[in-house]
Ligand binder design. Structure first.
Ligand code: ADP
Length: 589
C-alpha cells in the first residue's frame, strides 16, 4: 500500500467515524425529542381526559369516555388499583397492573415507559397517570372511600428511523461526493508530488552511483523544492570534494608512477597495500598480475628486504639494506624501510633505489687505485733494484753498468709515460683538455701518422696500406689530439699483429660524417672484452702489453678524445682474424 492509499484510507476512516458518530448522536437526539413530544402529547391528553366528569360506576359512560380519548389516536385504558382493566380502547391488548409505567403511576402518580411492539414493529410510548375518583352522587350506594385508578395512554412512537434516514441520505451522499472530490483532487496533487519524490529518489540513487549532475526541478516553492535544492548543493559539494581528492590521488599516482625508485606501502600483516610500476619492474613482477593485497613474502624472495620490513614494522626507525636483483645482469638496490602510522593502522613504506652505477663506479675507483699502484710498482721496483745493484758494486763493473743504467732509464721513461697518460686522462675527465677545433684534412692526418708507423712496420714485416677516396671533406677537430688517437690505433695494430700481417688504413664519408678505419690481421679481441678494452688499464694480455711498453690507457684516452669531438670510437674484431677500429667525426662546416 503506497503513501497515497494510506492517506486516503486514513482520511476516509476519520471522516467516516466522525460522520457515523454524528449520525448516531443526531438519531438519538431526534428519537429522544420524539419521545418527549409523544409523552407531552399523552400528558396533555390525560389532563384533558381527567377534566371530564366521569362516573366510574357507569361502565357504559366509562367505555364512552375511553373511546372518546382514543379518537385522538392514542390507545386508552382504565385500570383499577386492584389490576382490573375497567375499559380499554384496544380490547385484547396486554395491558396489566404489572406494567412498569402503571406501577410507577401507582407509586408516584405518573409513569412512563417505552416498549417495542412486535406486531406494530414500532416503539410504543406508555403514559400512565393515577387518580383518585370521588364517588358520584349516583353511586352513593358505594362505600364513601375514594379508590385509585390508573389511566393508561399508549401512542406508537412516530417512525423516527424513517424520518431520520430521509434526512441522513443527502448527508451521506454529500459526504461521499465530498470524499470523492477530495480523493480526486489529492490524487492529482499526489501524482505530481509522487513524481517529484521519485525524481528525488532517482537523484539520490544517481549520486550513490557517482553521477553528480544537478537535479533540474521546476520551482514549486514547497519543502520538496527545498529538499531538491539542498540535495543539489550536497551533490555539487561532494562532486567538488571528490574532484579535489581524485586530482590529488591522480597527482600522487602520477608522481609515484613516474618515479624511478620502487615504492611500496606494506601493511602491519606484511601485505602489499600499494606499489608503483617501478617496484614491480625492479622485482620482476610485471607478469605476476595484481600484487596489491598479496603478502610481500609471496612476491619478494630477497631475505634482506623481508627482514628490513620486519624491523620497520616492529617500530625501528629507517632500516636500510641492500639487495641484488637479476641473475644475467645483476643490479644493486638500496632498500629503505620506514615505519608509518596512519590512524590506528601500522605499516611501513619501502623504497628501492638503484645503486648499480654507484657500486660499479666504486669498483672502478678501487680497481683504478689498485691498477695505478700495480703499474707503478713494477718500474719502481726495477729502478730501485738496479740502482742498489749499481751502488752495491756494479758501478765498477764495466761490462754491465751501462746496461743497468739503460734499464733504469727505460723504466723511468715508462713511469714518465704512465704519469703523462694519467695526467692527460684526468685532465680530459675534469674537462680541462684544451681542444682547438679547426677543419682538419683527413689525408694529411693519416699521412702524418702513417709515416712514423711505416718505420715501425718494416722491421716487423708488416704491410701498411692506406686507401683514401678522393675528395674527402675535412673534419672538424683538434689536429694534435686526432693524431694522437690515430697514432694509438696504428701502434696497437703494429703491436698486436704478428709478422707477415697486414694493416689497412681507410676512410669513407656518409651522413655528414667521415669514418676512419684501421684494420689489421692480428690476434683479434674476444667478443666479451671488446667493450672493456676502452676502460682504463684494461688489457687482454697485460704482460704482453707491458712488455711492449703499453700503459693500458691509450684506448681509454682515445675514446675520451673522440667523445670531446662529438665523434665515436668502436671496434669490430674476431679472435685470430684481426680487428677493425673505426672512429667517426663530423664534417667541418
Ligand atoms: P695498451 O697500452 O695496452 O695498448 P690500449 O688501451 O691501447 O693499451 O689497448 C688496450 C688493450 O686492447 C690492449 O692491451 C690489447 O689487449 C687490446 N688491443 C688494442 N688494440 C688491439 C688490436 N689491434 N688487436 C688486438 N688487441 C688489441
Amino acid at each position: 500500500m503506497n503513501f497515497f492509499s494510506r492517506s486516503v484510507l486514513a482520511l476516509f476512516t476519520l471522516v467516516f467515524i466522525v460522520l457515523a458518530a454524528g449520525d448516531l448522536y443526531t438519531w438519538r437526539v431526534i428519537r429522544r425529542q420524539a419521545q418527549e413530544a409523544g409523552f407531552d402529547e399523552l400528558a396533555a391528553l390525560a389532563r384533558t381526559a381527567r377534566s371530564h366528569q366521569l362516573d366510574l360506576n357507569d361502565p357504559l359512560a366509562l367505555h364512552r369516555w375511553i373511546a372518546e380519548i382514543a379518537t385522538s389516536g392514542a390507545q386508552a385504558a382504565l385500570i383499577g388499583s386492584n389490576g382490573q382493566v375497567l375499559a380499554d380502547s384496544a380490547p385484547g391488548s396486554t395491558v396489566g397492573i404489572k406494567d412498569p409505567e402503571i406501577q410507577q403511576a401507582l407509586s408516584t402518580g405518573e409513569g412512563r415507559s417505552v416498549r417495542y411492539s412486535d406486531p406494530l414493529r414500532r416503539d410504543i410510548l406508555y403514559y400512565a397517570v393515577s387518580f383518585a375518583a370521588t364517588p358520584s352522587p349516583a353511586s352513593a350506594s358505594l362505600p364513601a372511600t375514594s379508590r385509585a385508578y390508573v389511566l393508561l395512554l399508549a401512542l406508537p412512537l412516530p417512525d423516527v428511523d424513517r424520518q431520520f434516514s430521509a434526512m441522513r441520505r443527502p448527508v451521506w451522499a454529500a459526504f461521499l461526493i465530498l470524499l470523492a472530490s477530495a480523493i480526486a483532487v489529492s490524487l492529482l496533487d499526489f501524482r505530481g508530488t509522487a513524481r517529484r519524490v521519485r525524481g528525488l529518489k532517482d537523484f539520490a540513487a544517481r549520486m550513490a552511483a557517482g553521477d553528480f549532475r544537478p537535479l533540474r526541478a521546476a520551482p514549486a516553492g514547497d519543502a520538496l523544492e527545498e529538499l531538491a535544492r539542498a540535495l543539489n548543493e550536497t551533490a555539487a559539494r561532494l562532486n567538488a570534494s571528490i574532484g579535489v581528492l581524485t586530482d590529488e590521488r591522480n597527482r600522487s599516482a602520477a608522481i609515484l608512477g613516474s618515479m624511478i625508485e620502487g615504492v611500496a606501502v606494506i601493511s602491519g600483516d606484511e601485505r602489499i597495500l600499494f606499489s608503483n610500476r617501478a617496484f614491480s619492474r625492479i622485482l620482476g613482477l610485471d607478469n605476476v598480475g595484481e600484487i596489491e593485497g598479496r603478502p610481500l613474502l609471496e612476491v619478494a624472495r630477497q631475505s634482506d628486504l623481508l627482514s628490513a620490513i620486519k624491523l620497520a614494522l616492529s617500530g625501528q626507525e629507517q632500516v636500510t639494506s641492500e639487495i641484488a636483483v637479476g641473475t644475467v645482469r645483476p643490479r644493486s638496490f638500496a632498500v629503505t624501510a620506514a615505519p608509518v602510522q596512519a590512524s590506528s593502522h601500522k605499516g611501513a613504506v619501502l623504497v628501492l633505489h638503484e645503486i648499480t652505477d654507484l657500486r660499479r663506479l666504486e669498483r672502478v675507483r678501487q680497481d683504478f687505485v689498485a691498477n695505478v699502484s700495480h703499474e707503478f710498482r713494477t718500474p719502481l721496483t726495477a729502478i730501485q733494484g738496479f740502482a742498489e745493484t749499481l751502488l752495491g758494486g756494479a758501478l765498477e763493473d764495466p761490462v754491465n753498468r751501462r746496461r743497468f743504467v739503460e734499464i733504469i732509464r727505460e723504466h723511468a721513461t715508462r713511469l714518465a709515460r704512465l704519469t703523462e697518460d694519467l695526467l692527460k686522462l684526468s685532465r680530459i675527465e675534469a674537462g680541462q683538455l684544451k681542444l682547438e677545433f679547426r677543419p682538419v684534412s683527413v689525408s694529411q692526418l693519416v699521412e702524418s701518422c702513417v709515416e712514423t708507423a711505416q718505420l715501425k712496420a718494416v722491421p716487423k714485416q708488416l704491410a701498411l696500406n692506406v686507401r683514401l677516396p678522393d675528395g674527402l671533406p675535412p673534419v672538424r677537430g683538434d689536429a694534435h689530439s686526432l693524431q694522437e688517437v690515430l697514432q694509438n690505433l696504428l701502434d696497437n695494430a703494429l703491436q698486436y699483429t704478428p709478422a707477415g700481417g697486414k694493416i689497412d688504413v681507410s676512410a669513407s664519408c656518409s651522413d655528414g660524417r667521415v669514418v676512419v678505419t684501421v684494420a689489421d690481421t692480428g690476434i683479434g679481441i674476444p667478443q666479451a672484452e671488446q667493450e672493456r678494452i676502452f676502460e682504463r688499464f684494461y688489457r687482454v694480455d697485460a704482460a704482453r702489453s707491458r712488455e711492449a711498453g703499453g700503459t693500458g690507457l691509450g684506448l681509454s684516452i682515445a675514446r675520451h678524445i673522440m667523445e670531446a669531438h662529438g665523434g665515436r670510437l668502436w671496434v669490430e674484431s674476431a679472435v685470430g682474424e684481426g680487428s677493425r677500429f673505426h672512429f667517426s667525426l663530423p664534417i667541418a662546416s
